[in-house]
Design a binder for this molecule. Structure first.
Ligand SMILES: [Zn+2]
Length: 393
C-alpha cells in the first residue's frame, strides 16, 4: 500500500466547489495503544514519509474556496442524499458561514487562510477542527456529542504539540539547514570568482599600458591583449549563464524548503497567520470568538461542557456502551482539568452504569467488551482522582 489516502471528490454544500479530500485508508497507520482519554499514543504510518502527520489532520475536510468544514465521513460524501441535512441543517449553516465569509478579517477567513497542512500539520489540524466547531455550532440544533468529540481532539492535538516537534520534522529542518549552508558556500565561491575576474581584467589593462618596451615587443603584446580580452569576455559570458543557473538553484532550494517545511526559517517562535506565534494567533481569535480553545486544558473543558450537554439531553447518545463511554469521558476529562468533585461524581455513575449493563448482558459477552474495558478504566482512574483530590486537601 503506497498511498495511504483515498481521494474523495465532494461538492461543497455552501459554495459548490468540487473539492478533492484525502481520506485515510483503513490500516494506513497503527497505534501503540490509547491514553486514558482514548488519545492514540504513538502513531506509525505504514509509509514512513507521512510520519510527520497526525492522522487528525485528515479527520475534517475544509473547502479550499469557502473554508466550510465538516468531519470527513461517508455521510458527508453523500450529503446530497441526506434529506435531514439538506432540509434542516444546511440553510442556517450556509447563512452564518456566508455572513462570516463576506466580512473582512472574519474569524473564518483568518483561520481558513492560516491553514497549511504540510507546513504546520498539528496547528492546521486544530484550526480545521475549530472551523468544524464553527459550522456545527451554526446549525439550528448543533450536535453536542460532535462538538465534544471535536474539542477532545483539539485537546489531543495540543498535547501532541507539547510533546515537542515531531522528530521527523526536526530531522528535516536539520537537513534543510545544511543544504542552505552548502548553497551559501557555493554562491560565495561564485561571488569570489566574480570579483577575481574583475581584479584580473583591471590588472591586464594596466599590464598592457606599459610604454617601457620596444615597438616590436609591444605589437606582440597587443596581439595577446586582444586574445586575453576575448578569453575573459567568453569566460564572463559563460559565467553569466552560470550565475543565472545558480540563482535558479537558489530559488529551487527555497521552494523545496517551503514545500516541505513551510514559511519557516528554522528558528523557533515562528510567526503564524500574521501573529508572532501560533499561541498569539489563537489569542487574537479568542478575543473575537469565545469558542476558540487556546490550550489543551481549555479544549478539554469545552469538550466536558458539550459531552455533559449531550449526556444530559440523551439526544445524540444512545443508552448502553456509548452512554457509559460518554460518562467516563466526562469523569476523566474533569479529572485532567482538576475538577475532582465532578470527576468523582461521574466516575461513580460510570461504574454503576457499567456494572448494570454488564449484569444485564451477562449471557452475551461480546456485547459487553467495551463496557468491561471502560469499567476497568473508570475504577482505576477513579482511584487516581480520589488520591489527587485528597492531596489537594
Ligand atoms: Zn465551499
Amino acid at each position: 500500500m503506497d498511498n495511504p489516502f483515498l481521494s474523495q471528490k465532494i461538492e461543497c454544500p455552501i459554495c459548490k466547489t468540487i473539492n478533492e479530500f484525502e481520506m485515510i485508508r483503513v490500516g494506513a497507520f497503527t497505534e501503540d495503544g490509547r491514553d486514558t482519554d482514548f488519545c492514540p499514543l504513538e502513531i506509525h504510518w505504514r509509509v514512513p514519509r507521512y510520519q510527520a502527520y497526525n492522522p487528525l489532520a485528515f479527520f475534517t475536510a475544509t473547502c479550499t474556496n469557502c473554508f466550510y468544514t465538516r468531519e470527513l465521513t461517508p455521510k458527508f460524501k453523500e450529503w446530497k442524499k441526506d434529506n435531514d441535512f439538506r432540509t434542516y441543517r444546511l440553510k442556517h449553516v450556509k447563512e452564518k458561514h456566508l455572513e462570516q465569509l463576506s466580512t473582512a478579517d472574519s474569524v473564518i477567513k483568518r483561520i481558513g487562510e492560516a491553514i497549511d497542512i504540510h507546513a504546520a500539520p498539528n496547528e492546521s489540524a486544530i484550526l480545521k477542527l475549530l472551523l468544524a466547531v464553527f459550522d456545527e455550532s451554526a446549525a439550528e440544533h448543533p450536535s453536542n456529542l460532535d462538538l465534544g468529540r471535536f474539542y477532545l481532539r483539539i485537546g489531543w492535538l495540543f498535547r501532541d504539540l507539547q510533546k515537542g516537534e515531531n522528530p521527523q520534522r526536526l530531522h528535516l529542518k536539520g537537513m534543510m539547514h545544511e543544504l542552505d549552508a552548502k548553497y551559501g558556500m557555493l554562491s560565495q565561491v561564485m561571488d569570489t570568482i566574480d570579483s577575481e575576474v574583475d581584479v584580473f581584467r583591471k590588472f591586464l589593462k594596466t599590464h598592457f599600458e606599459t610604454d617601457q618596451v620596444s615597438a616590436d615587443i609591444k605589437s606582440k603584446m597587443l596581439n595577446y591583449r586582444d586574445r586575453l580580452d576575448e578569453g575573459i569576455d567568453e569566460l564572463v559570458s559563460s559565467f553569466e549563464i552560470d550565475r543565472n543557473e545558480l540563482l535558479k538553484i537558489g530559488d529551487t532550494v527555497s521552494d523545496y524548503r517551503r514545500q516541505t517545511l513551510g514559511d519557516d526559517d528554522g528558528s523557533d517562535g515562528q510567526s503564524f497567520g500574521g501573529a508572532p506565534s501560533f499561541e498569539a494567533f489563537l489569542a487574537q481569535l479568542h478575543s473575537v470568538w469565545n469558542d476558540v480553545a487556546e490550550s489543551e486544558i481549555a479544549a478539554l473543558q469545552k469538550a466536558i461542557f458539550h459531552y455533559k450537554k449531550a449526556f444530559e439531553s440523551g439526544r445524540d447518545i444512545s443508552a448502553g456502551p456509548q452512554q457509559i463511554q460518554a460518562s467516563y469521558l466526562i469523569a476523566e476529562l474533569s479529572r485532567r482539568t482538576g475538577d475532582y468533585d465532578q470527576a468523582r461524581q461521574f466516575f461513580t455513575s460510570t461504574i454503576k452504569a457499567g456494572q448494570d449493563f454488564i449484569y444485564k448482558n451477562r449471557n452475551d459477552k461480546s456485547r459487553t467488551v467495551l463496557a468491561r474495558k471502560i469499567l476497568e478504566l473508570a475504577i482505576e482512574q477513579g482511584r487516581i482522582n480520589l488520591a489527587a483530590a485528597n492531596a489537594q486537601g
